[in-house]
Design a protein around this ligand. Structure first.
Ligand code: G1P
Length: 287
């Protein structure tokens, strides 16, 4: 089994970004010169995956417009002789083959992933939660896809976090986590501090065998009254081996305002066009 599809979940309400998200999907907030979701699509493409399913919901039409062909804009740029911009806009609309599925009710991450089944079918797929970004960029997913190809089992990204942060994440109980690839024994979503089975937090990159859909169909509401992907993963563990992959580099959570500001600063500093000027400005600010 080879992974040829990626699912990107962009269906959340974005309540942490209100009032901005009343009219702008949080996935379109910029990081460096590009929106968060653009980075996610580029990551999949850099890993050799062109077939992308984006799970959206009400109020997210701007995401579809962002990746769509805009003939009017192209004509206007052509008339004004803005060739470089025109090429950039054209490149964007043929970046990948994107289809959209709509999650009609906000029933949780697990439910959003299950909504993608109709477009994924009985195939393995990569899952990207676009709020989670890594300094190692596409290398994380690339390595996870290699592990999948070798083991033919689902693979979950993880990172060691401080004990006080663990209850924000799904947490993994590893068989033996002395290496950066390990067998997963159990998972628990947002555990109480004294119930976390390790300090390995689940990060938003997964490679799943198609059996995850069956597990999701059998999953009832969990933490927060939502259908949790981690609960389906727990059920999958009873039927198949699942591997964990430990990320060591920096991680950014663009799903909160402070986290997005940090990610924005890190991505802008690394941006080939904006980086130098931004660094100069930061130095001025701090002096
Ligand atoms: C989701 C998952 C959680 C995972 C996290 C990574 O939580 O449910 O297991 O650790 O993403 O960002 P959320 O951030 O949607 O609360």
């Amino acid at each position: 089994m080879k992974v040829e599809k990626a699912v990107i979940v962009a269906a959340g309400l974005g309540t942490r970004f209100l009032p901005v998200t009343k009219s702008v999907p949080k996935e379109l907030l910029p990081l460096g010169g590009k929106p968060v979701i653009h980075h996610a699509v580029e990551e999949a493409v850099a890993c050799g995956i062109r077939s992308i399913v984006i799970v959206t919901s009400r109020g997210k039409a701007a995401i579809e417009e962002y990746f769509d062909v805009d003939v009017g804009l192209e004509l206007a740029l052509e008339e004004k002789g803005k060739t470089a911009l025109l090429e950039e806009v054209r490149r964007l609309s043929c970046l990948a083959d994107i289809c959209y599925v709509h999650q009609q009710e906000q029933l949780g991450l697990g439910h959003a992933v299950l909504t993608a089944e109709i477009a994924v079918g009985q195939e393995p797929f990569a899952l990207i939660l676009p709020d989670d970004l890594f300094a190692q960029k596409e290398m994380v997913l690339k390595e996870m896809l290699e592990i999948f190809e070798e083991k033919q089992c689902s693979v979950i990204a993880s990172k060691r976090v401080g004990r006080d942060e663990l209850s924000r994440y799904g947490v993994i109980k590893p068989m033996d986590a002395s290496a950066n690839i390990y067998r997963v024994v159990d998972v628990v979503e947002k555990p109480a501090l004294d119930e976390a089975p390790s300090d390995l937090a689940i990060m938003g990159r997964y490679v799943f065998t198609p059996e995850i859909f069956e597990a999701l169909r059998g999953t009832s509401k969990g933490v927060g009254g939502e259908i949790q992907l981690t609960d389906a993963l727990k059920c999958l563990l009873g039927k198949q081996s699942v591997y964990g992959y430990e990320i060591t580099g920096d991680y950014y959570d663009a799903g909160t305002i402070p986290g997005w500001i940090r990610a924005m600063a890190a991505f802008t500093l690394k941006d080939p066009v904006l980086g130098d000027e931004f660094e100069k400005y930061l130095r001025q600010l701090l002096n």
